[in-house]
Design a protein around this ligand. Sequence first.
Ligand code: SF4
Length: 361
Amino acid sequence: LEAELAAFKDPKLARGLVDSIQKLAPAGGATLMEVCGTHTMAIARNGIRNLMPEGTRLASGPGCPVCVTSNRDIDTVIALARTDNVTIATFGDMTRVPGSTSSLLKEQAAGRSVQIVYSPLDALRLAEQHPDREIVFVGVGFETTTPLVAMAIKRAAAAGLKNFSVFGAHKNMPGALEAIINDPQLKLDALILPGHVSTIIGAEPYKFLAEKYGIPGVITGFEPVDVLQGIAMIMRQLHEGRAEIEIAYARGVMPQGNPVAMAAIDEVFETCTALWRGLGEIPGSGYRIREEFAQFDAVRRFNPQVEPTQDPKGCRCGDVLRGIMAPSECPLFRRICTPENPVGPCMVSSEGSCAAYYRYY
Ligand code: SF4
């Protein structure tokens, strides 16, 4: 397996793909958006932006789940952290994201109970170990994490666990992509589609991009050769005047996705309008907990009093997430906003565009 994976880092293969990209790229240039935060990091880490032909722009998109979580949602989590007897269980990145006036890290310093966990099942265990506390898991992410949260809720229901609930800010990608494509400030030619999310949802939900908008898309993985192969396949489509959704990540993605994971999502969640940082409200792009599982919905359970929301002053995360501005164009980038002192979530998250630019450019 190691040898197989090494092939996806092979410099010779990479060189050949870069040559194909150079040959096939449209003479007038093209803007490709990498949708997924892990792709943003892979592109930055491997210097792929610098290997693109003149006129080809790689714009980063809205695929970092922490980054697209709205300030209103961050403030709601902070309000939950301030609720009596509540312990917030969350991924590490979320603790550092600034809300309107605080962050989970600041709340922890002020004596609130905040625990870092690595999966929703860790949060479930926490609830079993501390029956006297209310454990609220912060659920952000796309279809890669949503099935696990669905499973945790089902397990809690089956075990009759009364002190476990979820703050759900889960989202799905296709609705956000449609909003991006219709953004008059951005002219996109093609999309590098996310590998992890597509493992769950497959290729079908992206078909409208090609069929309705004539935008080609390629689902690809995260090693340098994966990313370059995805870009080469896009360039071939543009060269041949085709618009299709193709899979360059066959070792991870089946066209039909993972029906078991999708069924788990569907059993516990229903789609709803979601508020995205930078993109605003998008109908059908979020998941909320179904009525049958309402007792596991932290907002319905605790009805937290959320302070008036204000976005971080001067932060341009919204424009960065829409792909209309590079992080280095933000006036605060590197001067005031750094990973040690982040002003917005795009500098906090390990998948954030601003963090990627800070580290690698
Ligand atoms: Fe926001 Fe900082 Fe990124 Fe600027 S550099 S957009 S302030 S996160």
